[in-house]
Design a protein. Structure first.
Lengths: 344, 344
DNA sequence: TTGTATGCGTTATCAG
DNA sequence: CTGATAACGCATACAA
């Protein structure tokens, strides 16, 4: 649709297309006057390079793929939001994708991104080792990749996460110190993060001489946050109640479930925190307004996004420079905010 | 990076590139056997067409630009989420952008999308008539555009919104019938939707013989939901209190403020709904869990997203077909869910 | 410093 | 039905 091209400029200015291209690309081998003339004309006629031709020629884009499990999770939303903020001043454009925790959808997204020849990718994988081969292939072929959040993954690259076990350890310990002994742990899919978080939980129990109970690990797998996981949660709690094993505290190790549990407990006429104390794992700024205000383990999301972007840019800039695998894992600290849901 | 191209297939199969192209594009002028052979080979070697070459040649893409004010608003988030869902089975890819309610950022996004030669755009404009000229230009030049949510806008095209005044009328009326007489109306930027919503509010007052008070229209403009609008809200309410004009009910006409008001009232030690009843305007599924559970006017978001996508596909398919301006405005019905915050 | 020629991968036009 | 050829807009090696 854009009528003004390098060729048309060349004709209008009685120059060759090559010269126009050089002027536009700020080449050194061009006379200052000519360059200025071209630039002026280009600006006046609102020249916009054809991305597709440019890319076809150079094999490069300014696109950054962002692959996450869900958009409708406070953590990922905040992450993307911040990513947009830091990417804006740069020349890069974000192309977000959701995987719904499914490797097949993730593969689709990655193949598409490869086809779009994206300059780099920031990803929180669907699960441990999902699409490792594909990611490795892309990574080695000049498309740098940054892993975040779910960093237990086979790919060798920069990884940005939090120290999972430390936070759940502290949250659990806090509850133990308040006298809670039957603490359940709520988690989603069985991925690396979950394991670490469970480890922290278990260690806290161990160090405080409280026996670990297999029944208190509540897995609720889901591929869509809109599923009827409320019902599943309710069922699981009902089972525990029937076994006379109703917990007196719940630590959540995952985002989506952290808020749903409030509603579920409410519908079962269980009081929070009197009957069951709750500490969630989420970044929603609504935590203060919930009934009751929800204690939360919060990730340094914006910091993570900023770091992810910076590391990616660094990798993209250095091209196939060193090739040396000097990749690092960044483990940031999460913070727990204690609110009413875990008091008493 | 993709090594397998039409040319390479042609060489391998001892055919011409033209034939391969025809086979791949399901042309009629090709022998069935040849086509099958090509397709089999392509599949086996995982052929993926080069988007850029294809686009350079055809001048078309499968990209759909999505331009919204904020991602971090429950309504827009739900909209995009649903959009992804309906767009997935199709061959289209979404390219989302945020404008932060700023026309300049919106322009940036639109120019980028134009440069990317997107096949169509779904947009909730930054404000009335923002970038009208640019949008018109793109629209006329073969890039169909669908307006949603903020449909008071100069562009002639399909528009999808809700019947704003009707819902605020009913919400206001409900409060009036419960005996509330000093009802304030909370709104954001002064755009078309706001005006309609205020109209519904005013009409309800009028029909129930309650005088309209200018002070009860509370504008809180913002360009970023993370701004300190809590403080501004607090200030405004403090002013009303000083004037001895503290309302006994608040209807919110905008998303972001709907939840913040709960926290602000709480920090002022104002009881909800005893002192002030509140009805929000938001789609968050957390409404049930808030303290207190928040009555909300909810938009049929998923329906809107689905319709937007379908209408856009229709326009994109018909090319520069008729050119007839047979555009419609779709006004869907919102529903109000009454919860504790407006009881008594 | 500038121009000419070539090709990126694809589709379209024309012959055969 | 198939093949040769040109062209999309751009960047670059090479020639001038």
């Amino acid at each position: 649709m854009s009528e003004v091209t390098i060729k048309s400029i060349a004709k209008a200015l009685d120059l060759s297309p090559a010269t126009i291209s050089r002027a536009l690309n700020d080449s050194h081998e061009i006379k200052r006057a000519t360059k200025d003339r071209v630039l002026a004309y280009a600006k006046k006629h609102n020249y916009r390079p054809n991305t597709f031709a440019k890319n076809l020629k150079t094999g490069k884009t300014n696109l950054i793929g962002v692959v996450i499990p869900f958009l409708s999770s406070p953590f990922f939303l905040e992450f993307i939001d911040e990513l947009y903020r830091v990417a804006l001043p740069s020349n890069y454009t974000l192309v977000p994708f959701q995987t719904q925790n499914q490797e097949a959808m993730e593969k689709e997204a990655l193949l598409f991104l490869r086809q779009q020849n994206v300059a780099g990718i920031i990803i929180s994988p669907a699960h441990e080792n999902s699409n490792v081969a594909l990611l490795e292939d892309m990574h080695l072929n000049g498309c740098p990749i940054i892993l975040f959040d779910r960093i237990q993954h086979g790919l060798q690259t920069h990884k940005i996460g939090i120290h999972n076990s430390m936070e759940t350890y502290q949250a659990t310990e806090t509850l133990l110190k308040k006298g809670r002994k039957r603490i359940a742990f709520l988690c989603g899919k069985d991925i690396g993060n979950t394991k670490d978080r469970i480890r922290g939980y278990k260690n806290a129990l161990l160090n405080h001489g409280v026996a670990f109970l297999e029944e208190y690990i509540i897995y609720v797998d889901y591929q869509d946050p809109n599923q009827a996981i409320d019902e599943e949660l309710k069922t699981r709690l009902g089972e525990l109640k029937d076994k006379n094993l109703l917990p007196d505290a719940i630590v959540s190790g995952t985002d989506t479930l952290s808020i749903k549990i409030l509603g579920v407990l409410g519908s079962l006429a269980i009081r929070i925190p009197e009957d069951i104390a709750v500490i969630g794992f989420t970044n929603t700024n609504l935590a203060d307004y919930l009934a009751p205000a929800l204690s939360t383990i919060q990730q340094p999301t914006q910091e993570m996004a900023k770091l992810a972007f910076e590391l990616l840019v660094e990798l993209m800039d250095k091209k196939s420079d060193s090739g040396a695998a000097d990749y690092k894992s960044f483990l940031l600290a999460a913070t727990t905010v204690y609110r009413k849901s875990s008091l008493i």
